[in-house]
Write a protein that binds this ligand. Sequence first.
Ligand SMILES: [Zn+2]
Length: 203
Amino acid sequence: MSSDSPANRYARQIQFAPIGSKGHQGITDSRVAILGAGALGTVAAEILARAGVGKLVVIDRDVVEWTNLQRQALYIEQDAIDGRSKADATCDRLKAINSNIELHPVVADVSSGNMNEILKDIDLVIDAADNFLIRFLLNDWSLKTETPWVHGGCVGAVGQVRLFTGTGRPCFRCLVPEPPPASAVDTCDTCLLYTSPSPRDRG
Ligand SMILES: [Zn+2]
């Protein structure tokens, strides 16, 4: 059997007992926002679209650059040539992968002023941002609205992931009480600082 019926397309995840029909219905009914369409965000967005998440909101203020192509999964050379917005390019690729889901690109810098509007009706936020301060805003929003978020961060060869439920402790501020000074936060542009250990340091 080969058809685009939901039963066929999603057969493998419905067969997977921990998801099953009930879990798949939950996926179909979910509205997920992906904050940041870089290396983490594009991979998360792709797999969520393939799984059939009913509505995806992809938020990124940047355009595709040549240095992104090496790891940011959904982009192609023409996106860099055209300087396309990452949110638009991501949603176009996701539409080609799964035309049955609702896709909303948002080309914006998320701030305290627009966060409530952008994340209205969202059930889960994937934090794939490269901006440390946004996590404090997201944490406060999550506690206020009791909405869960998954924090993800990766720089160099180091990454971390954590689910915050939005219903209480621990929240992000329990782990990181104050924003660190900008000079103490590495990004993919500064992670040359992560060099291999010298022979002396190897335990
Ligand atoms: Zn807390």
